[in-house]
Ligand binder design. Structure first.
Ligand SMILES: *Cc1c(COP(=O)(O)O)cnc(C)c1O
Length: 392
């Protein structure tokens, strides 16, 4: 088959040619005398990705899930009480990981389509006068439902209760695409991965830890070896790693960070908002609705779109793949089959965005979902034209 495959799942995302070129390298000696000249500035610049000056970034050969495990095992102990909420596949998996590590998890079940229940968090934190809750968890962007949550508001709930719990944030599908402010929001542990906003292949679990989180590791007793902050710090302080680092991915990360800094993070976020708005215009023109049930929950990196009753959203994704070489994303868990998802994060511009919109429209049309061919595309075009920005 001529032509290419078009990838619009919310991770892995498209890896730009510039990053692919930067990774087309020989293997290198990770103990070479000049390796720290590469790694130390990278560790410094990674702090900019999280907007932190006082925190510290750990880069593991892992995926986002490994980042979760690193954050939890380095700072908590079995039996510690933690406050969590779940409203989609990924926030639920995080609950599961904490339970399997023997934490005492209070997991609030929230309707899919909504995000972190901040008011409930505030009440629970205020009522916790004995300060038994050791950590509060928030998924900034629930990739399964396309729901973004207000992390600053979670910080405020902690502050209003004058509560000392650590604040953990899942930023796997948001860091580098949606605004994230480690220091300003008083986040203690933020987890990310390489294959979403960082536009790289899967293979890096990235954790940013605050000074408070680093202090917590001294009394935390969950076992950790591969993920040990102590071992990482001992190596990283000198520009090295406690084990073989994925040097090619690190070189790619260097390029990704350069690209994000050249564009300017605020411009990156604005671009994601604009692309996401165009998707939402298309969804409205199709007469469909998002899984995110209110504007305040809308995600600028992924849209989960309900198909009408009697149709199968996962069939839309399968059909687009089979006939049009387009990878849209299926829906998972409670909404499996009721929706399909479009990932619109990372390396993306106007013309790249027209592809999944046109393809989703064609697939839905083929499957008999009542919509007018071109309607969503036209609505997105209208919006993108009216907000056009000169590239040069
Ligand atoms: C992708 C994702 C994860 C899991 O990351 P892996 O890299 O697949 O381990 C966790 N949380 C969120 C919000 C995600 O989008």
């Amino acid at each position: 088959m001529p032509g290419r495959n078009f990838l619009y799942i919310p991770g892995p995302t498209n890896v730009p040619q510039r990053i692919r070129n930067a990774m087309s390298l020989e293997q290198e000696d990770m103990r070479a005398a000049d390796f720290p000249e590469f790694t130390l500035p990278l560790f410094e610049d990674m702090k900019k990705m999280f907007k932190t000056e006082t925190g510290r970034v750990f880069i593991y050969p892992a995926s986002g899930t490994g980042g979760w495990e690193a954050a939890v095992t380095n700072t908590l102990s079995a039996g510690d009480k933690v406050l969590m909420s779940h409203f989609g596949h990924f926030s639920y998996l995080w609950v599961d990981l904490c339970q399997r590590h023997g934490l005492d998890v209070q997991a609030l079940e929230v309707d899919w389509g909504e995000g972190v229940p901040v008011e409930q968090y505030a009440d629970i934190l205020k009522a916790d006068t004995n300060r038994e809750i050791k950590a509060v968890f928030a998924t900034q962007n629930e990739t399964a439902t396309g729901v973004a949550s207000d992390i600053a508001a979670v910080r405020k709930a902690l502050d209003d209760a004058d509560h000392p719990a650590l604040l953990f944030v899942d930023g796997v599908s948001s860091v580098g695409s949606l605004d994230f402010r480690m220091d300003e929001w008083g986040v203690d542990l933020c987890v990310s991965g390489s294959q979403k906003g960082f536009m790289l292949p899967t293979g890096l679990g990235i954790v940013c830890a605050s000074q408070k989180a680093l202090e917590a590791r001294k009394s935390a007793t969950l076992p950790r070896t591969f993920f040990s902050f102590d071992d990482m710090i001992a190596g990283n302080d000198n520009g090295f790693f406690p084990y073989t680092p994925p040097t090619i991915l690190l070189r790619g990360l260097r390029e990704a960070v350069d690209m994000l800094l050249e564009e300017g993070l605020d411009n990156v976020f604005a671009r994601h908002t604009r692309m996401a708005t165009a998707v939402r215009k298309a969804v409205a023109a199709w007469g469909l609705t998002l899984v995110a049930n209110e504007e305040k929950w809308y995600s600028d990196t992924v849209s989960a779109i309900y198909v009408p009753e009697g149709f199968d959203g996962n069939e839309v994704a399968r059909h687009a793949y089979k006939y049009y070489n387009l990878a849209l994303s299926i829906s998972l868990g409670k909404i499996a089959g009721k929706a399909f998802r479009i990932g619109h994060l990372g390396d993306l511009n106007e013309m790249m965005l027209m592809t999944p919109l046109a393809g989703a429209e064609m697939a839905m049309h083929d499957l008999g979902i009542p919509l007018e061919l071109g309607s969503g595309v036209a609505a997105a075009q209208e919006y993108l034209c009216s907000t056009r920005q000169a590239r040069i």
